[in-house]
Structures are given as structure tokens and as C-alpha cells.
Write a protein that binds this ligand. Sequence first.
Ligand code: SF4
Ligand code: SF4
Length: 311
Amino acid sequence: MTGTIFDIKKYSVHDGPGIRTTVFLKGCPLKCVWCHNPEGQRMSAEMMFFSDRCTACGTCVSICPNQAIVLEAGSSDMDRVHEIHTLREKCTACGACVEECPSGARETVGRVVTSDELIQEIMKDVVFYDSSGGGVTFSGGEPLLQPDFLLALLRECKEREIHTAVDTCGFVNWETLSAIVPYADLILYDLKCMDAGMHFELTGRRNEVILRNLICLSKTHNNVTVRFPLIPGINDNEENIVSTGEFLPSLRREGKSLRIDVLPYHKTGIGKYERLGRVYSIRDIPRPTDEMVHAVQERLRKLGLKTGIGG
Ligand code: SF4
Ligand code: SF4
């Protein structure tokens, strides 16, 4: 069994309890405007270009089999006489330029791995999981876009008694989501915005499937944590907070309400957009202040929800 991943983060403490290994699977059905992992959106491998490392030596221009790299005259206010441009529509992420660049200015994101390889990597840190109550988290992208691969990994972890968490946007069919229920100890479920039209504007998809799946999940899984990415001026308005606060308590199961964690917006992904040749459209949105984050958390708490920050 093979799948495509774009990163493995060791000693993570933000994606579930304890010390964790977070595995990032490639491919996502949404395109959130604030996404800090844009390299996880497409299913196939991509080439990242670090312009600050490039010396414009021109080696990659002659190597590229697709003529996807051009050397152009630099602008007058630049130190360099020439500058390099990648024509993204021609690039197949073949990796030839990555191999030959003497400055490490090019990297491939996305690689195919076997489930056995990945399990071996995960098992290297089992002592940390055991001592901290941690485990492994499958994130992305959207891990459920590779359902057979994810299921195989979850089953292997279950056999080895490793705690598992799945971080999902919920935009998958219920059959796919329900198949992981017996094998995932914790589901981290993103809830970005309650209004379907606004959800479409922000992510490229409406949210009916996401809300319906969360209702079904709350009836079949005992450990679901909802995650609310707080983006100032986008989804922090009173109407959205109140709609969220009214929707979640209705999902109570046997007296247990779902927990919601507020994830403050950050800008760590901006540089990746440039390296992938994409545009980051909400550059002017500020990070929320601590006061803002606590006010939203307090508002959700008053609406009867168990809440946390980060997580
Ligand atoms: S990854 Fe391959 S196709 Fe893309 S720019 Fe580099 S050499 Fe050309
Ligand atoms: S080989 Fe590397 S340093 Fe040379 S022009 Fe290409 S990206 Fe820049």
C-alpha cells in the first residue's frame, strides 16, 4: 500500500494529546484562503523555488526537460544582473533541477511512501508516545482523500496500540469517514464557518456535507474535537460565533458535548505561496490579539461549550 505525503513532523504537541508524530498527506478538496500548508493542497508532487537562495547561475535552465525555467534580465533595483523564473504550467516536478541546483534553491514537495516505511518511521518514537500519552496524527491536506492508505496506517497503529488522531476538514462522503471510526482514537474536525455561501467564498466549497458528517460523527464516535480557525474580519463575527455555539450543543451524545478548540490565525505559510508561484490573497489580515482570542473563547463558553485555545 502506498500513499503521497509532504511532511512528517516529529515531537509535535499541537495535534492531539502528548508528544506526537504528525504525518501530512497530500491533497485537499478545499482551498482555504488562509491555508498555511498550501503545499498540501494538490495531490501530486510540486517544486518549490527559494528565490533568496538562487544565485542565477543558470544551471537549471539547461537541465529542465520541459523548458520550464527561464533566465531573464533583472530589474534595475536588484543586485543581480539576471533572475530566474519558473513557468509553473510547464513544470512536471520531475526533480531534475532539484538534483543539480548548487545552491539548494529548489525542493520537491510530495513523495510516495509505502505504509510499511511510514509505520517504521512512526515506531521510532514509540518511547515518547508511551511516556507522554501521545501517538500519531494524520493530517494534511486532507488525509481522507487517500482513504485506503489512511485506513491501512490506522489499522497498523491499532495493532501496535499506538494512539491515533485524524485531522479532517470533513468534506468527504460519509462512507469514507465512517470507515475510520473504529480505528481513530481521536478525530480533530475543522469547522470554519457556518454560513454555506461564506464557506464557499472562503474555501471553494459549501459546507452542507461537512455539517452533515459532523452530525453523523457525533453519534458514532466518542472522541471528537472541533477546531475553529479564528481569522479576524473573516469568521470572527458574532453571527458565526453564535451559529457555531448553537449548532454544537445540539450534537450532545449521552450528556457529552463536543469540545471546540480555537486556533488563532497565523501567517507562517505566506512564504510557501511565493515558493510555489501562488498568490496569498489575505496578506493584510492581521493575527488576532490574545484579547480577541480569549473573547471568542469566552463567548463560546457562555454558549455552553467546552473550549480551549490551540490544540
Ligand atoms: S522540476 Fe523538472 S520540470 Fe519542473 S522546473 Fe525543475 S527540471 Fe523543470
Ligand atoms: S541552479 Fe539553482 S542557483 Fe542556479 S539558477 Fe537554478 S535555481 Fe538558481
